[in-house]
Design a binder for this molecule. Sequence first.
Ligand SMILES: Nc1ncnc2c1ncn2[C@@H]1O[C@H](COP(=O)(O)OP(=O)(O)OP(=O)(O)O)[C@@H](O)[C@H]1O
Ligand SMILES: [Mg+2]
Length: 292
Amino acid sequence: MRNENIINSIDVEYVYPSHFEKVDGTKALKGVSLDIKKGQFVVVIGRNGSGKSTYARLLNALLLPSKGVIYINGIDTKEENNLWEIRKTCGMVFQNPDNQIIGTTVEEDTAFGPENLGVEPSEIRRRVDASLDAVGMSEYKLHAPHLLSGGQKQRVSIAGILAMKPECLILDEATAMLDPGGRKEVLEVVHRLNREEKLTVIHITHHMEEARLADRVVVIDAGRIVLDGKPKEVFSNVEGIKAMGLDVPQVTELFYELRKAGLKLPEDVVDIDEAVAVFRRLYYGGANVNKD
Ligand SMILES: Nc1ncnc2c1ncn2[C@@H]1O[C@H](COP(=O)(O)OP(=O)(O)OP(=O)(O)O)[C@@H](O)[C@H]1O
Ligand SMILES: [Mg+2]
C-alpha cells in the first residue's frame, strides 16, 4: 500500500493487557481510522486518558493494534521483521527529556540512534553534526546533556531522532515540561524542519496556542476521533471543544464571548494577527462588518 500517506490507520482498537485480563476489557482506542499525508503538520489534542499516547505508541510499534491495522509507508506495524524500519520512519520524542538522555556528551547521545541502526561511523559523524546543527545545538556537542536547560535537552532529544533520518516525528507532549521560551525554541525547530525538510510532524499537546499553527488538528475523546480539520474549523466549534474539557485559543474564546455579547464579528480567528485585522476593519468602518 504505497501512496501519498505516510500513515494509514484503519479501524484501530487497543486494549491494554492489564485491562483485558483484570479489569473490564476497556478499550483505550475504540476504532481509530486516520490517514496522515507526507509532510503534514498534525496536532493531536484530547483530555487526559483520551488515548493520544496510546495512538502514538501504536505508530511507533511500541504497541500493536488489538484490532484493525496501521500501515507506516505501506508497512503493517505487525510485521516483526520491519520493526526497525518502522521505528526509523516514525521517531518519537517524549515528555520528559531526562528519561531520553543516554550519552555522557551531547554528540554521544545524538549518535545513539544511528549506532543502533548499524549506520557506519563516518555517516554517523555526518548525521550527528547535521542533526545538532538543525536544532541549533552544535556548539554544545561536547557538553554533558544533563547540565543543559529543559528546552536544550528536548532539542538534543530531537537531534537524536533526526540522526535516524525519520520521515515522521512524533512529539508526545514534548513541550509539556518547558517554559514558554523553551516551548517556542522547540516548536520553531520542528516547524522549520516541517517547512524546509518536509518532515511529517505529529505533535500531541495540551497547549491550544500550539495547535493553531498546525495544518490539521485532530481531537481524540474517549478513544475515538471526534473532530478533524484545519485549526479554524476545529476551534470554531467552541462549545463542542469545551464540552470535551478542552480550551480553544484565547483569542478564539474572546471572539466567541464578544459574539455572545451581541457583537457581529465577521469571521472566526485563531491568532492575534487575524484578530487585529478584524478589529482594524471594524474600527475604520471596513466593508466586512455586519451591523444588523
Ligand atoms: N500502560 C497502561 N496500562 C493500562 N492502561 C493504560 C496504560 N497506559 C494508558 N492506559 C489507559 O489507556 C487510556 C488512554 O491512555 P493514554 O495514555 O493513551 O491517554 P492520553 O490521551 O495520552 O492522556 P494524557 O493527556 O494524560 O497523556 C486511559 O484510560 C489510561 O488509563
Ligand atoms: Mg499521553
